[in-house]
Design a protein around this ligand. Structure first.
Ligand code: SF4
Length: 396
């Protein structure tokens, strides 16, 4: 186990009770000596990448208020809890994609009414990046709708010029260009790219129900190329693809057991697009599942930036703030996501002001806590995580 524990003690209630049963001194002692996965996550002062799926499931399924509060505690240990990064995403090549991602407006397989375009000019992209910077964004992301970068030499040249220009503006740069090989990843690194986005979307089990034209392992391969090139990894998921809660656990397990955690974990919720297979086929995701995913991600990947991405426009301000309290610390802001609506800069800045939040600067790194500075805070705020209070048992 790679995480360090500040206080490896499991509490089991005032009188050694577990779910209403009196424990023998031996069982009580064993429980005290073996911290639960939840407690390990709560007390960690460094990330660990050897999570078992059952451990993540235990964390994900905690009573929600306790989970969110614990996530907020960990968040405060590793990040400035008042800083939220504003990121702007630009679609630099719309539509006409050969892939069959069943949620996507840009697949050429579905009649979504979207008109395909060519790659945007470097000048227009840098003009948009300048606007985003002036409005308060510190990360500028560029997305192109295609399967991979094969045979796209001149596009890659232009994209490298975009990355260099965004970098020169002092912004973090991120691109999402489908599958990459090692050489292409190295070229983007040489151009100064901060991060590469390639979502795994969902769990390995649910994935074939959503996409058939590229495999889960192909996605992981691209992410490995990005990591090997020394580019930061941005990979996350989409909630609301008809998956079960166990698929959220599976998604979290995939990213939290990568050789290093992704520096960026975007949490999207499905925006149903008319013409795509998932339009009307799935129920909207419930907010408690979004909050659970954010909070569990914060607990198991304490140093990652968690971004509330597509679908945020359907979330009330209060729900967004709950996500910020539970560890989310970035939003996509601007005129548009790739093809869907986006909350604007002014609206977000007004929200930040109301809640005492500030826009995060570019290139901020999480802080790895030293010593026991977090211990007092934890002991003051977190209570027993094994014994259910009696009133709660009665209510169930
Ligand atoms: S999500 Fe990306 S790869 Fe999939 S269809 Fe849309 S643009 Fe193509």
């Amino acid at each position: 186990m790679s995480s360090k524990l500040l206080r490896p003690v499991a509490r089991v209630g005032r009188q050694g009770l577990l779910n209403g049963r009196i424990l023998s001194p031996r069982a009580y002692g064993q429980l005290r000596a073996t911290p639960s996965a939840f407690q390990q996550a709560l007390h960690a002062t460094s990330p660990r990448t050897d999570w078992k799926r059952e451990e993540i499931s235990e964390i994900y399924n905690k009573p929600l208020m306790e989970l969110a509060f614990a996530a907020g505690t960990v968040h405060r240990r590793f990040h400035n809890p008042t800083a939220i990064q504003m990121c702007t995403l630009m679609n630099i090549k719309t539509g006409g994609c050969s892939e069959d991602c069943s949620y996507c407006a840009q697949s050429s397989r579905y009649q979504t009414g979207l008109t395909a375009t060519k790659v945007s000019s470097v000048e227009s992209v840098l003009a948009a990046a300048k606007v985003a910077k002036d409005k308060g964004s510190t990360r500028f992301c560029m997305g192109a709708a295609w399967r991979d970068m094969r045979g796209r030499k001149s596009s890659l040249k232009n994209i490298k010029a975009m990355v260099e220009g965004v970098h020169a503006l002092g912004l973090e740069s991120c691109v999402t260009l489908g599958m990459l090989d090692e050489r292409q990843a190295r070229e983007l690194k040489d151009a100064g790219l901060t991060a590469y986005n390639h979502n795994v979307d969902t769990s390995r089990e649910h994935y074939p129900k959503v996409i058939s034209t590229r495999s889960y392992d192909e996605r992981l391969q691209t992410i490995a190329h990005v990591r090997e090139a020394g580019i930061k990894v941005c990979t996350g998921g989409i909630l609301g693809l008809g998956e079960a809660p166990s698929d959220h656990v599976g998604l979290l397990h995939t990213v939290a057991t990568m050789p290093s955690h992704p520096e960026s974990f975007p949490v999207n919720t499905l925006v149903p697009i008319e013409g795509t297979p998932l339009f009307r086929r799935t129920k909207p995701i419930e907010f408690d599942a979004v909050l659970r995913t954010v909070a569990a991600a914060r607990l198991i990947m304490p140093t990652s930036i968690i971004r509330i991405a597509a679908g945020r426009t359907s979330m009330s301000e209060e729900r967004q703030v709950l996500c910020f309290m539970a560890g989310a610390n970035a939003v996509f802001t601007g005129e548009k996501m790739l093809t869907t609506a986006c909350t604007g800069w002014d609206q977000d800045l007004a929200m930040f002001k109301r809640w005492g939040l500030v826009p995060m600067k570019a290139h901020v790194e999480p802080v790895l806590p030293k010593g026991d500075s977090a211990e007092v805070r934890i002991d003051q705020t977190i209570t027993n995580d094994i014994q259910m209070p009696q009133w709660q048992e009665l209510a169930l």
